[in-house]
Design a binder for this molecule. Structure first.
Ligand code: ADP
Ligand code: MG
Length: 758
């Protein structure tokens, strides 16, 4: 009810919709009541806009909508106009100064109920002056995941929102909206927007009409064949049925694949990427919406906020960077509820491309240094305008400038005043650059990079899994599969089921040999080396490392190496093995992997006598040895030979006891020291890179600790602990800090990053 009328009355009056969709009413009611902030998580196409448009029209004053999608603001305002709502407008850099002035004037006069702005506008002086004279009753943050660095589409400008809200004379309620956010990202959104107490309205992100398929291919020719099959299938279903988006990784691919579809398949396909002039991009988008272009080949720059109901397929011609991006992109298919197909074509080399992109995006010590040199010598309080041209000369392209600016702003070295097409205007806050501060900046950059590598691993694991893809996707976003769907995924289709049963019931000979090999390793290795061992390779690294003496050596000789790699990937995808480490991942055995080995032995499923032997060995090995041995106990022992100190000996003992799987309490008893002392030594082992932190602190907990460190730094433990839930203890915090120090040691590798700055 609102003003004694049911909300449906307004819904039908303004929008002509008969009823709310799931989740909408709750958000609208919450926003109207005005007694708390809200974070709404709702799948793409469900109708998030309505959740703020309706309250915006009903509330007194103005509703300010922050959206990253400058190109779509006009669409939103136009479609409101089309249904007779003319109290909406937008402000962005595409307007002329005169238009901007006119709209700002209108805002002061109270002409608008809804005003759309891009986040960078919040720093614009003309705008903030006007806003101080306007009553803002609701502040909406659309695509709220953009505020989180852990999300898949981080926009540093979003970090400004929090400060903007608190600068308003009367603080409006905040409503954040997003489609895809993992639980950790949801938490981060609340924190970054400064709305920790917000009510969360989560509606299931399941899309029962989407069919998921992921296929591994080994060449572009294979990709094109698969694409052709899919396009022809939808073509034969009629023109209307054929709309689709094909996502590729590079601009070059965009143009090539679109050209190929046009010339070889006789279908009109356009392309869209960030390197095209804005008018051309808008044109492609409009042609696609009007169905004059049934297919668009695009980079991930395309699609956010696109409201087209009948997209029948989304193809990933290249590997997406994370499951979040993937789910967001496929979410654009089938908004009308009719069946739609999501096809991912995976070529192993695509992963290297993604890895390269992560590396390329990471701000290096040298680049940070170059940036700092540009502001060196400017007194505190002075203003500087740095052009992109000038920055590019120093090897800093736009994305890196954004990262550098937002990271340095975070540690209060500078303050971003304005950003336009040609450069950035900053205020220098301090001209003395503290070493520790810079260290913190580097730590954060490192961590963000590590996180991206992890997301890529999760993405590839999903591709290789033989488990239900829908279930795996939903589990990743913290949901359970809501029940059977008619057409689910390739793994649930009859053929896929067969494959799955195979993998669950009987670990195939090759699979078993792989598990076995991993169990025999004294230090974890990467998948290529494991393959070499199983093939019986005579390579130098294998022979010199004595790996040819392992029982698994040569067990799969004769099999194509590629097939073994596939088996490893599938075992990872299914959770029998896990891939650890970002840059040079190694493969380890999980508990499930150990159990599978044991089960195969019990059931006699392993087939041949030979593989039963393998199983026995595997199970025995697994029981005796932990899946993850402390890397480099050998190194620790060597260290002992060198200095032989008591402390080193104790550390070595502790490392060995850990290897035997003893708990920290038990170890403390054995070595007759307090648990705290044991913790201290383990932290040292972590910092020396001898025990991976992954083995000690679960991912979720690490994530929480990272977030806390970001807020209070790592100088003192207590403030960190205070930000964390009860179950996170001091030892966890110490280990995580130790692992960060280790990464830092590696990163620094002799470079003094303050050299030449001060
Ligand atoms: P999202 O932002 O969640 O991706 P949009 O806000 O763009 O989705 O809405 C998608 C489509 O759903 C729009 O065409 C909108 O008009 C329509 N829509 C929203 N709410 C309703 C409703 N209650 N009944 C019918 N259609 C709706
Ligand atoms: Mg939207």
């Amino acid at each position: 009810m609102f003003n004694n009328l049911p909300l449906e009355a307004y819904l039908s009056k303004y929008f002509n919709f008969p009823s709310f969709r799931p989740g909408q009413r709750q958000v609208v009611e919450g926003a109207l009541s005005g007694n708390r902030d809200i974070l709404a998580i709702m799948p793409t196409g469900r109708g998030k806009s309505l959740c703020y448009q309706l309250p915006g029209l009903l509330l007194p004053g103005t509703t300010l909508v922050i959206s990253p999608l400058v190109a779509l603001m006009k669409d939103q305002v136009d479609s409101l106009q089309a249904i007779g709502i003319d109290q909406a407008t937008f402000l962005n850099s595409q307007l002329t100064p005169a238009e901007q002035r006119q709209r700002l004037g209108g805002m002061v006069q109270g002409r608008y109920k809804l005003v759309y702005v891009a986040p960078e506008r919040l720093r614009n002086q003309a705008f903030t002056e006007v806003i101080s004279r306007v009553k803002v009753s609701l502040l909406v943050v659309d695509e709220a995941h953009c505020v989180s660095q852990w999300g898949h589409d981080f926009r540093p400008d979003y970090l400004w929102i929090r400060q903007f809200v608190s600068s308003l004379r009367s603080r409006p309620r905040v409503l954040g909206l997003t489609a895809t956010a993992t639980v950790a990202v949801q938490k981060d959104i609340l924190w970054q927007l400064g709305i920790p107490q917000a009510e969360k309205v989560v509606s299931s992100s399941d899309r029962p009409n989407l069919f998921y398929r992921a296929t591994t291919v080994h060449s572009d020719a294979e990709k094109r064949l698969a694409l052709k099959a899919l396009i022809n299938k939808s073509k034969s279903a009629g023109k209307e049925q054929g709309c689709g988006i094909i996502y590729v990784a590079t601009r070059k691919d965009c143009e090539q694949v679109a050209g190929w579809i046009n010339s070889q398949l006789g279908i009109r396909a356009g392309f869209y990427h960030g390197g095209m002039p804005p008018q051309e991009r808008t044109e492609v988008q409009e042609l696609f919406l009007r169905e004059e272009l049934p297919v668009v080949v695009a980079t991930n720059a395309f699609g956010m906020g696109i409201d087209k109901a009948n997209i029948r397929f989304v193809v990933h011609y290249s590997l997406p960077a994370s499951l979040e991006s993937y789910y967001q992109e496929v979410g654009r298919a089938g908004r009308d509820g009719q069946p739609a197909e999501c096809l991912l074509l995976f070529a192993p080399k695509d992963k290297s491309l993604q890895q390269w992109m992560i590396k390329n995006d990471t701000l290096t010590v040298k680049e940070l240094q170059a940036f700092l040199l540009l502001i060196k010598g400017s007194a505190a309080g002075s203003e500087l305008y740095l052009t992109y041209e000038q920055l590019a000369e120093k090897g800093l392209e736009e994305t890196k400038v954004r990262v550098a600016v937002s990271e340095l702003e975070r540690v209060q070295v500078l303050h971003l005043l304005e950003r336009d097409g040609a450069g950035v205007r900053i205020e220098v806050i301090t001209d003395t650059l503290d070493r520790e501060i810079l260290q913190r900046v580097l730590e954060r950059i490192n961590r963000m990079t590590e996180e991206r590598h992890k997301k890529l691993e999760v993405m590839t694991r999903w591709i290789h899994t033989s488990r239900c893809r829908r279930e795996a996707l939903l589990a990743y976003f913290g949901e359970e599969k809501p029940g059977a769907t008619e057409k689910c995924c390739d793994n649930c289709a009859p053929q896929g089921k067969e494959k799955r049963n195979q993998s669950a019931d009987e670990v195939s000979r090759a699979g078993l040999a792989v598990l076995n090999c991993v169990a025999q390793l004294s230090a974890p290795l990467g998948r290529n080396k494991i393959t070499d061992i199983l093939l019986g390779s005579r390579r130098k690294e294998i022979l010199e490392g004595g790996l040819n003496r392992l029982p698994a050596y040569g067990q799969l000789a004769g099999l194509p190496g590629r097939e073994i790699l596939q088996v490893i990937d599938r075992l990872i995808g299914d959770g029998y093995l896990a891939s650890k480490g970002a840059q040079y991942p190694v493969v380890i055995l999980t508990n499930q992997g150990k159990e599978a080995g044991a089960q195969a032995l019990q059931n006699g499923n392993a087939g041949t006598e030979e593989s039963a032997g393998l199983t026995r060995e595997l199970t025995a090995g697994a029981a005796k040895e932990p899946a993850y041995k402390a890397v480099g106990t050998v190194e620790a022992a060597r260290g002992l030979n060198h200095d032989g100190s008591k402390a080193e000996a104790l550390k070595l003992t502790i490392a060995q006891l850990m290897e035997q799987g003893l708990s920290q309490g038990e170890i403390a008893g054995r070595v007759d020291r307090s648990e705290q002392t044991v913790t201290k030594y383990i932290a040292q082992l972590v910092q020396e890179g001898k025990i991976p932190v992954e083995r000690l602190v679960p991912w979720e907990v690490r994530q929480q600790i990272y977030l806390a460190l970001e807020k209070v730094g790592m100088a003192r433990l207590r403030p960190i602990k205070e930000l964390l839930p009860e179950n996170v203890n001091y030892a966890d915090i110490r280990y995580v800090i130790a692992s960060l120090r280790q990464n830092l040691d590696e990163e620094k590798s002799g470079t003094d990053f303050t050299a030449g700055v001060n």
